[in-house]
Design a protein around this ligand. Sequence first.
Ligand code: SF4
Length: 279
Amino acid sequence: MRTIKVASTGGFCFGVERAVKLAVSALRDGPGPVHTLGPIIHNPQEVRRLESMGLKMAGKVEDVSVGTVIIRSHGAPKEVVQDLKAGSLQVVDATCPFVNRLRDRVISLGEEGYQVIIVGQSDHPEVMSILSYAPDGSLVVQSVEELAEKGSLRSRVGVVAQTTHSIENLQRVAAYCVGVCSEVKAYRTTCQATQTRMQEALALAREVDVMIVVGGRNSANTTRLTEAAGREGTPTYHIESAAEIEALSLPVDAVIGVTAGASTPSWVIEEVVQTLQAQ
Ligand code: SF4
């Protein structure tokens, strides 16, 4: 008989839940139409649900002429925020407070004259937003190796990380900087919600035969959960929805662990669990 163990921490984090609630309120209260700049969260199923309620997506501010614009939980580049504030559109800022805290760290490091090193994915919207607040000469790297290759460190550096990045990698980059720079200021800007999910996913992966990680393929933290659970030696599958379960041909007597990224809604997780139970 199949046993299913569901991680208690999987699914919406505080920042994503807040962004979705703000979007639903904007759709109710207007003025319409209501647009987000890019997908409001990295979960196609939840984005489609909100679109069915009337939410629209715009690529850039110029694409919206009337109504409301929502800044998503990842935030937006400085110039975009300035344009929005100067314009006539209603603006709902759903930037996660933890992303704003990271932004404020970067601004203060710049004011204090530090070169800023952001540990994270350069093409992630949160990092693109944060980099726009960083002083000239700031760098985005994913690893110590990448930083060593870039080789343009100044004597005073400030180190921060994308909120969903691994704390271990932030520590490695900060330690490398201590070895080559005369002054290093590092902030632990990684989000506790991400770390808690990661710890529980790793513990669950060690207990079960198979791990299922539910979340958008465009979700950085879901991808990291999948990679980390797989490194525990447990067969691990990243799926977006229950529709993908049948193709996995999972054994009927396996113990299956289920967790989810921070942008996966509970209704998608429940559908996955119900489908696993019904097989
Ligand atoms: S993962 Fe953390 S920083 Fe990112 S939206 Fe959620 S609570 Fe905010």
